[in-house]
Design a protein around this ligand. Structure first.
Ligand SMILES: Cc1cc2nc3c(=O)[nH]c(=O)nc-3n(C[C@H](O)[C@H](O)[C@H](O)COP(=O)(O)OP(=O)(O)OC[C@H]3O[C@@H](n4cnc5c(N)ncnc54)[C@H](O)[C@@H]3O)c2cc1C
Length: 563
């Protein structure tokens, strides 16, 4: 007799979607989360803090930065958010090559701190590996996931416009917010000068209006405070904590166990399937075993690889389901290291009032309908257009506001284009268990060996040229190429290592995210990604997770395991 009907490893963005779908269907579900509970509102200690309430006005002291060089490079890490980020020293890993691994170990995972940008994939993405001859063919296409994008978008709430683009399918969107005058201008310049590309507003997981489905979650309208990474008391943006986890809890079918570090999955050689999970209590270090007929691994891409690599048995001495030796290989990411900045001398009489939830966005246009570049695949562009103000005033109240609105206190418009480059997965970009280094729970540390390649460099060169061309057509000045030289990882979009595919000889997961060689273990976080495309990936992780969980529900019903 099993303890539960299903176990989910990881209580973050993707795991919470598995929990929602299973619990809605009446599946008795255990969610194991290595970090502490973070209850919506109750555990957001800085959500209402003003800069002057924070000891260092929001900045992180030099000694904290020095002790945490990796996490300090993340733009969202600050005095008001530091409690949600994993400190470098607490959870060490081995960087065979430099890799900035940004993690959130708590209920809700990184869904608390994410930037909420959500773009769908299209068949230009799912067809990519087959057409361009890299990785392996995806076992699914857009038609397989479309319904799940719909369900996820409707539930989480996404602001966006219907753009009618084949390469970035439209979705179920709430009211869109306005773009800046410089974005509008760039949209016009792109329309007038190019036939192969588009300039739109990105889509973001914020409630610009509150529908019944959001009210049922207890969420309210986004207030445009943009203090999101602290946790939003209104539930104005999607986080697992504000949405999917309390929803699953309310069904009465979810048991959530925080402080539960999953060591490994237990495989029964005789039964030929996984039977449970070995857990170490994060605080007492006591070991416990939980059993269930279905085990979902949603610990975030590299952690999922880590758990599976550490799940050794007589049948699978190199990690669960790893007969082909590909577990941990073909990891890839998004190359965010190229930027082009410029000044826009126009619109000096205009400024933005309020805060925008989204940014200018150019979906991938290189190698789209034909592979006609010197490099494989392509990049999307995120465009940030803003004016800064610098007010030196003794005024308070209305007089201070009036001072802020004076044009003389504004800088000119600054524009920054960020490349979101697709990287090509390859066997040499991999993670494995370090042979000697262990963590505080006696688990071998993860050894990370991931790097850029020549394709990335060629793509960056093209991005620089294309943005220079666009900015020159727009009459921008001070155009600068920037190579941040950042290590992979800081994009926080690492994917792969447990890829989906048709063939057990060349992939680890089937089209339902079940392990080819251990069919009751399901992996639907970023580890399952066969290729990376350019879009911010979490919407796809959530849609795949909902789809995979629903498939198991159907299987349970067919087997008579559910009423
Ligand atoms: C600053 C920032 C900005 C981002 N912006 C965007 C964006 O705009 N758009 C986008 O698409 N994505 C964005 N992301 C990425 C996004 O947050 C992740 O893709 C998403 O959270 C991944 O979901 P997940 O469920 O795989 O992992 P997570 O949400 O990280 O959840 C994994 C959970 O598993 C737990 N866990 C790990 N190991 C174990 C173990 N051994 N035992 C038990 N539990 C374990 C972790 O503690 C964690 O709670 C951003 C991330 C950050 C940090």
């Amino acid at each position: 007799m099993s303890d539960f009907q299903a176990i989910i490893i990881g209580g973050g963005m993707s795991g919470s979607w598995v929990a929602k779908v299973l619990c809605d269907a009446g599946v008795q579900t255990l969610m194991l989360e290595r970090g502490p509970e973070v209850e919506h509102r109750n555990d957001y200690p800085t959500m209402f803090k003003h800069p002057w309430d924070l000891e260092h006005r929001g900045r992180v002291p030099a000694e904290v930065q020095a002790a945490n060089p990796v996490i300090s490079r993340c733009y969202a890490f600050g005095e008001a958010t530091e409690h949600f980020f994993v400190k470098d020293t607490e959870h060490p890993y081995v960087q065979e090559k430099p890799f900035d691994w940004i993690r959130g170990y708590q209920v809700g995972g990184k869904s608390l701190m994410w930037a909420r940008q959500v773009q769908r994939w299209s068949d230009f993405d799912f067809n990519g590996p087959r057409r361009d001859n890299f990785a392996v063919d995806w076992p699914i296409r857009y038609a397989d996931i479309k319904e799940w994008y719909n369900q996820v978008e409707e539930f989480i709430g996404v602001t966006g416009r219907q753009n009618g683009l084949e390469e970035l399918p439209d979705g179920i969107f709430l009211r869109a917010t306005g773009m800046s005058c410089v974005d509008d201008y760039l949209q016009q310049i792109v329309k007038e000068n190019y036939t192969d590309r588009h300039y739109i507003h990105s889509r973001a997981a914020h409630l610009t209006e509150v529908k019944d489905i959001h009210r049922k979650q207890g969420r309210g309208q986004c207030q445009h405070r943009l203090l999101c990474e602290r946790g939003c008391p209104f539930g104005g943006y999607f986080s697992a904590n504000a949405s999917t986890i309390p929803w699953a809890k309310r069904t009465g079918n979810l048991t959530l166990k925080p402080h539960s570090v999953v060591h490994s999955i237990i495989y029964d050689d005789k039964l030929g399937k996984a039977t449970g999970v070995r857990v170490i209590d994060a605080n007492t270090k006591e070991e416990q075993i939980y059993s269930a007929p279905y085990i979902f691994v949603n610990a975030a891409t590299l952690n999922t690889n880590h758990v599976l690599l550490n799940s050794k048995s007589e049948r699978f001495p190199n990690g669960l389901g790893n007969d082909n030796g590909l577990l941990g290989k073909y990891v890839a990411f998004h190359n965010y290291s190229a930027r082009v900045s410029a000044d826009c001398p126009k619109f000096q009489d205009k400024a933005m009032v309020g805060k925008s939830l989204a940014n200018g966005y150019m979906p991938r246009f290189r190698n789209l309908r034909a592979a006609d570049q010197t490099f494989k695949r392509g990049y999307a562009v995120a465009m940030y257009c803003s004016r800064y103000f610098d007010v030196d005033s003794e005024d308070i109240g209305e007089a201070l506001v009036a001072e802020y609105l004076k044009p003389k206190n504004y800088s000119g418009w600054k524009v920054s284009a960020l490349m979101m480059g697709e990287t090509i997965p390859k066997a040499s970009n991999q993670v494995n268990l370090h042979p000697t280094e262990v963590d505080a729970w006696g688990i071998p540390q993860l050894n990370v060996s991931i790097d850029y390649d020549e394709n990335d460099r060629l793509m960056m060169e093209d991005f620089y040229e294309q943005m220079e061309d666009l900015f020159s057509k727009a009459g921008f000045t001070n155009v600068n190429r920037i190579d941040t030289e950042q290590a992979p990882g800081l994009d926080i979009h690492e994917m792969g290592g447990v890829r989906m595919g048709h063939d057990p000889a060349t992939s680890l997961l089937d089209k339902w995210n079940k392990m080819h060689l251990c069919q009751n273990v399901i992996v639907s976080d970023g580890a399952c990604m066969t290729s990376m495309s350019t879009q911010n990936p979490s919407l796809t992780f959530m849609a795949l997770s909902a789809r995979a969980a629903n498939h198991i529900v159907e299987e349970m019903k067919a087997n008579g395991e559910l009423g």
